[in-house]
Design a protein around this ligand. Structure first.
Ligand code: TYD
Length: 404
């Protein structure tokens, strides 16, 4: 098995999902020539980082036709507006604060910082996505954040009071270079914080579809505190976020005489209780994953044999892992409806399930839909009251397969 990308120790394999396409690689036509790689995750017994065994070159994932736009859910819009207000409060005492967001996407968060007239810089390598944020007045640079680009930013704008990122810090394979960049760019009393899917939640609720090519790292308080230390930073707070099926926001500062919140110890204690500092903590995970896949297939086959139409709800990236690992294709799920205009007419990677518009779903009224965007369940159930009233049923597959 590979060396740990953080500390170079030998890693231990947790699970292999076999050959997988790029999770967000929606295709114009299903073909056998899609790029594939072996999706597997490994654990480092020294620094506790859970990470992909094999990674995909970033240019295969984040390019000028990248299909992920953050602003596709009202819940996420609300979440990031709240985060922007939190940042504005944190820099309240600064004369000319400077905020840097790594992976600013379509501007969902940083547009509020721009609106408030605060000096800022969004970093977004996918040019098509960055263009959207410019329309909101966001100052954006389409580069990959690393030590070199951090030095360039420092030269041009000076030190940053806040460096942040959401659902992006886990994407960057050369994470040591990001942390080196942060150490260069962060002001002495500045905050670096990021929120990412939390391995504790993934293991606990069995949400294994968070594991895909873009997510190179699966963080915990245990691993982040080690990573931080390596770069002269300290984990000073952790705040759990009820998004993406359970995320954690980690707050880091330069090592000085920091006040460390009691939350850090609390969450790390929980992680240790689940044995996330040993391979053992991950061993029952594979068994639970296989149970979900076989239960889901059994249910879909049964409903199909009863003559029901089954569709998917939301063509998410994460559903790629589930569909390809379980071997589910259009024979079981006829199509998936999605609200993102650029995904419509394309086919889900690997599985070849066609993506149709939301209107198509409304007209078709399939009896069953598999909720691929289970992380937006509250918002979607509020939207689909009528559908459910008229007998439409959602199939949920975490933490176990149920019909609601
Ligand atoms: P997201 O949670 O961002 O998932 P992932 O990171 O796995 O791609 O899901 C966003 C997708 O869900 C996006 O393609 C839009 C779609 N979606 C709908 O189609 N309808 C909805 O009501 C919501 C909330 C999302």
């Amino acid at each position: 098995m590979k060396q740990c990308r953080i500390c170079n120790s030998n890693t231990q394999q947790i699970i292999s999902f076999g050959k997988m396409p790029i999770a967000n690689g929606f295709v114009k036509k299903p073909s056998s020539k899609e790029f594939v790689f072996t999706l597997k995750i490994a654990f480092c017994p020294k620094c506790y980082m859970v990470q992909l065994g094999e990674t995909v070159p970033p240019e295969k994932m984040f390019h000028d036709h990248y299909q992920f736009f953050s602003s596709t859910s009202k819940g996420m819009e609300k979440h990031f507006k709240k985060l922007a207000n939190h940042i504005i409060k944190l820099i309240d005492n600064k004369k000319k604060p400077f905020v840097v967001e790594i992976g600013s996407n379509d501007g969902i968060m940083i547009k509020h910082i721009a609106n408030a007239g605060i000096r800022h810089l969004g970093i977004e390598p996918s040019v098509n996505v960055a263009e959207v944020s410019k329309k909101f007045g966001v100052n954006v640079s389409s580069v990959f954040f690393n030590k070199k680009t951090a030095l360039d930013i420092n030269k041009k704008y000076g030190k940053a009071d806040i460096i942040c990122g959401s659902n992006v810090i886990c994407h960057i394979e050369n994470i040591n270079s990001v942390f080196e960049g942060v150490a260069e760019l962060l002001s002495d009393d500045g905050y670096f914080f990021f929120e990412e899917p939390y391995i504790y939640d993934i293991v606990k609720s069995n949400s294994f579809d968070q594991i895909y090519d873009e997510h190179v790292y699966y963080y915990s308080g245990l691993s982040v505190s080690n990573l931080a230390k390596k770069h002269g930073l300290e984990l000073v707070d952790m705040k759990h976020q009820d998004v993406h099926g359970g995320s954690m926001r980690y707050y880091l500062k330069k090592i000085t005489k920091n006040k460390v919140s009691t939350s850090v110890k609390k969450y790390i204690d929980h992680e240790e209780k689940l044995k996330l500092h040993e391979l053992e903590g991950y061993l029952s995970f594979k068994k639970k994953i296989d149970t979900v896949c076989s239960d889901l297939i059994r249910l879909l086959k049964k409903l199909k044999s009863q003559g029901h139409t089954i569709a998917g709800y939301a063509a998410t990236s994460k559903s790629t892992t589930l569909l390809n690992y379980a071997g589910i294709g259009p024979a079981l799920i006829e199509y998936t409806s999605d609200t993102t205009p650029s995904k419509i007419g394309l086919f889900a990677p690997g599985s070849g399930i066609p993506v149709k518009s939301y209107q198509y779903f409304l007209d078709d009224k399939p009896r069953y839909v598999v909720l691929f965007a289970y992380n937006h369940k509250k918002e979607i159930f509020a939207k689909e009251v009528e559908y459910r009233k008229k007998g439409g049923k959602f199939i949920i597959y975490f933490p176990k397969v149920t019909i609601e």
